[in-house]
Ligand binder design. Structure first.
Ligand code: URA
Length: 288
């Protein structure tokens, strides 16, 4: 829609939408603060650069403070330092060990709730574990939560979720007869792609998740979940619509159909017919 000439808020709305798309969602204070122009106050400056108690000159010439050190003096430490973990192979090994310990979905969820080995958790508002019926014979796995999912703590509730619901309805299913989760259970900031090590840290949890649900049919939605769960480097356009098997850690093979991600279909509606074909194949397999 073209902005009306009289719509004086148009520029502001566009700017806010730009910020929201970039992942900036919270205003920290009413007025902008130019941190670059800030100078340390007398109280904040290191003692040796301040005057003496009588207000005179320092008793000895101040050593030139390194620029970085001076800057860090001015940045107040957060009241509670978040427990950040560097995402590395050690965290991935910990994730594998913890995921193995989960004997039920409830246990898996509480392990994820207390797991601090993935930095994505620090910026996410909620854990997005799953939605739907864990007893269902159909499980779908997407990539990672977006903004709406992060706010609600549920997968696929935004625009692509609404399309996914319509796709499910087309084969006579809804969230009482399907179970939905993601490879990554925390929203990456600004919807950026999860890094390879973040994905490796989350891998054992989604693999255990699938193993515990043990669906008759698994659908991987889009490239990242297809590549991860089928351990392939082949792209989704070549993989979609072809039956494959996801093998659990315990050696159980689950019939898996890769299909197109609903967010991709929203951008490329002409490809909806391909997804339609995929889901007819899913229905036939489930009904067999
Ligand atoms: N895209 C995904 O892959 N998962 C969601 O939950 C939402 C959007």
């Amino acid at each position: 829609m073209k902005p009306e000439a009289t719509d004086t808020n148009f520029g502001l709305r566009e700017l806010l939408a730009f910020y929201a798309d970039a992942g900036v969602e919270e205003a920290l204070c009413e007025e902008p603060v130019d941190r670059f122009s800030e100078r340390p106050t007398a109280r904040e400056r290191p003692a040796e650069t301040r005057g003496n108690a009588a207000g005179g000159a320092p008793s000895s010439p101040p050593a030139p403070a390194p620029a970085l050190a001076a800057r860090s003096e001015r940045i107040p430490a957060p009241a509670i330092a978040p427990a950040a973990s560097v995402p590395d192979e050690a965290q991935a090994a910990r994730a594998r060990e913890l995921a193995r310990q989960a004997a039920t979905l409830d246990e898996l969820r509480s392990i994820l709730e207390s797991f601090d080995g993935c930095n994505l958790k620090l910026t996410a508002k909620n854990l997005v574990f799953a939605d739907g019926n864990p007893q269902a014979d159909l499980m779908l796995v997407g990539e990672a939560p977006g903004r709406d999912e992060d706010l609600q703590g549920l997968p696929f509730v935004g625009r692509s979720g609404q399309l996914l619901d319509r796709i499910l309805a087309a084969i006579g299913r809804d969230r009482t007869s399907a179970y939905i989760s993601n490879v990554i259970p925390w929203r990456p900031p600004g919807n950026r792609d999860p890094s390879p090590i973040e994905t490796e840290i989350c891998r054992p949890f989604i693999e255990r998740h699938i193993e515990l649900v043990n669906p008759k049919v698994l659908v991987t939605l889009g490239n990242p979940s297809t590549k991860l769960l089928l351990r392939t480097t082949t792209g989704i356009m070549r993989m979609r619509g072809k039956w494959a098997e996801h093998e659990t850690a315990g050696g159980v093979k689950i019939a898996t159909l890769p299909s197109l991600h609903p967010a991709y279909l929203l951008r490329n509606p002409a490809h909806k017919k391909l997804a339609w074909r995929d889901f007819l194949a899913v229905k036939a397999r489930l009904d067999a």
